[in-house]
Ligand binder design. Structure first.
Ligand code: NAP
Length: 274
C-alpha cells in the first residue's frame, strides 16, 4: 500500500487499526490522523510515529483513503466538514461508525464518493477483532480490496451482501464481546458462590472462555459437535446443560440478539437525522 491514509478521529478504534497497519508493514509516514484532542495526538505521534493534525480537512487534503473513526453522533458534522475536499478528490471513504447508513454518509459527503461501511468489534484493540464490511454495488473491486486490507489489520474480515445485515452483525459480533464477558462474570460468580476463592474463580472462568474460543476457532467440527464431545451421558456437563436448556437459553439469546439488531436500526434513524 503506497497511498496516504487519513484517519479522522484518533481514539480507540483508529489506534487499533493504526497499530495493526504499522505491524503489517505500512510505514507511519503514510498515515495522518486528525483529532482535536492534543493529548490524543501526542500519544499517536509518540507510540506510532504518525503525523497528526487538529482538524479533519487538513488530514483529508492529500489522502487517497479516509477512515472515519469518530463517534456516530459526531459523524454528520465531521462528514460535512470534509465534503468540499472529498467532492474534488473522491478518495475511498471507510466508516467504522456503528449505525451510520451509507445513504446518510452520501448525503453529508456529496455524491460520487466510493463508500464502505464496516463494523469492527472491541477485541480489535488487541488485534483479535472481527469486522464485517458492506459496500454499495458501484464501489469497484480495488476500493473494496483497499478497505479490506485496512480492516484486516485487526483480525479477519467478512463481507455482507446487504447493508441491513450490518444491524445483525452489530448485535452478534459488535455487541458479542459483552455477552461473552457476561458469561465469564456468571461463571466466576457461581464458582465463588460454591466456595472457590475469587481469584481462582476469575482465572478458571477467563481461561475457559479463552480455551473454548480458541478450540471453536481452530477445530473443523462445528461448536455443537465440540459441545457434544464434552457432554457424557449422565455426567456433570449434561446436568448443567439440562438446566440451561430448561431455562430456555437458546430463546433468550435469540431474543437478546434480535433486540440488539432492532436497536441498531433505531440508532441509524436517530443519527441519520442529525
Ligand atoms: N471501540 C469499539 O469497540 C468500536 C467497535 C465498533 C465500532 N466502533 C466505532 O468506531 C468509532 C470510534 O469509536 P472509538 O471507540 O474509537 O471512539 P473514541 O475513542 O471516542 O474516538 C473518537 C475520536 O474522534 C475524535 N473527534 C471528535 N470530533 C472530531 C473531529 N471533528 N475531527 C477529528 N476527530 C474528532 C474524538 O475526540 P473527542 O474525544 O475530543 O470528542 C475522539 O478522540 C465509533 O463510531 C464507533 O461506533 C468502535
Amino acid at each position: 500500500m503506497t497511498d496516504l491514509i487519513a484517519f479522522v478521529g484518533g481514539g480507540n478504534m483508529a489506534t487499533s487499526l493504526i497499530g495493526g497497519l504499522i505491524a503489517r508493514g505500512v510505514p507511519p509516514s503514510q498515515i495522518v490522523v486528525a483529532d482535536p484532542e492534543p493529548s490524543q495526538r501526542a500519544r499517536l505521534e509518540h507510540d506510532h510515529g504518525v503525523t497528526t493534525v487538529a482538524d479533519a480537512p487538513s488530514a483529508v487534503t492529500s489522502a487517497q483513503t479516509v477512515v472515519l473513526a469518530v463517534k456516530p453522533q459526531q459523524m454528520a458534522q465531521v462528514a460535512r466538514s470534509i465534503a468540499g475536499l472529498v467532492a474534488v478528490r473522491r478518495p475511498l471513504v471507510i466508516s467504522v461508525a456503528a449505525g451510520i447508513r451509507l445513504q446518510d454518509l452520501a448525503r453529508w459527503l456529496g455524491p460520487g464518493v466510493p463508500l464502505v461501511r464496516t463494523m469492527p468489534n472491541r477485541p480489535a484493540l488487541i488485534g483479535a477483532g472481527i469486522t464485517a464490511l458492506y459496500a454499495a454495488p458501484d464501489v469497484d473491486a480495488p476500493s473494496r480490496a483497499a478497505a479490506d486490507r485496512i480492516l484486516a489489520a485487526c483480525g479477519p474480515t467478512v463481507w455482507v451482501p446487504e447493508e441491513a445485515q450490518l444491524d445483525v452483525v452489530t448485535a452478534v459480533s459488535g455487541s458479542g464481546p459483552a455477552y461473552v464477558f457476561l458469561l465469564i462474570e456468571c461463571l466466576e460468580a457461581a464458582g465463588i458462590e460454591l466456595g472457590l476463592d475469587p481469584a481462582t474463580a476469575r482465572q478458571l472462568a477467563v481461561e475457559t472462555a479463552r480455551g473454548a474460543g480458541r478450540m471453536a476457532a481452530e477445530a473443523t467440527d462445528p461448536p455443537a459437535e465440540l459441545r457434544a464431545q464434552v457432554t457424557s451421558k449422565g455426567g456433570t456437563t449434561a446436568a448443567a446443560l439440562e438446566v440451561l436448556e430448561a431455562a430456555g437459553v437458546r430463546a433468550i439469546f435469540a431474543a437478546a440478539v434480535a433486540a440488539g439488531a432492532r436497536r441498531s436500526t433505531e440508532l441509524a434513524h436517530e443519527f441519520g437525522t442529525l
